[in-house]
Ligand binder design. Structure first.
Ligand code: CMX
Length: 140
């Protein structure tokens, strides 16, 4: 089973425009802001207990997050579970008939391997799996 929720992804048009809500009203803090070329997004990390929020700002007009905002507007974009042995997990899900977006892991925003499952396999929820080494986790 997954080890926990690594993060929740929220699609925004502008990180700069969105941050004041999380900083001033929810009193969260920004750990770092990085660009993830593989996913064509800029990401702000806001730690929250053993998990975090990720604000996702599209870097290109035709990136997945830009298309999402065009279609559905800003808001909850995906949920990410931490797992071990990501490639084994993907192989297993494929054998079980789950539609994968990524057959092989990509480089994620946190610097570790990630892969997405297709929302049509999860009743409309975009699910991400993140491989986090046990030693890097803060909750064990
Ligand atoms: N949550 C739920 N459903 C979503 C979705 C999301 N985040 N994004 C798209 N969909 C749905 C669409 O609503 C659409 O549904 P319908 O067919 O019922 O209309 C369907 O998926 C297809 O969407 P689309 O707009 O035609 O877009 P594509 O098929 O080109 O892409 C998807 C959809 C999920 C394959 C693509 O967004 C993707 O590859 N996502 C994974 C990568 C990603 O999202 N990266 C950004 C985050 C990066 C990070 O966290 O670092």
């Amino acid at each position: 089973p997954p080890k926990g929720i690594d993060h929740i992804g929220i699609a925004v048009r502008s990180i700069e425009g969105t941050l004041p809500f999380y900083l001033n009203h929810l009193h969260l803090e920004v750990e770092k802001i990085v660009e993830v070329p593989d996913q064509q997004v800029k990401v702000a990390f806001l730690p929250l207990g053993n998990s975090k929020l990720e604000l996702l700002e599209p870097l290109t007009r035709d990136s997945p997050v830009a298309k999402f905002i065009d279609k559905k507007g800003e808001g909850l974009h995906h949920i990410a579970f931490s797992v071990s042995s990501l490639q084994d997990r993907l192989n297993q899900l494929k054998r079980e008939g789950v539609t994968l977006i990524d057959d092989v892991p990509k480089n994620g925003a946190g610097g570790y391997p990630i892969a997405f499952l297709h929302p049509k396999s999860a009743d409309g929820v975009l699910v991400e799996l993140c491989e986090v080494k046990d030693a890097e986790r803060t909750d064990n």
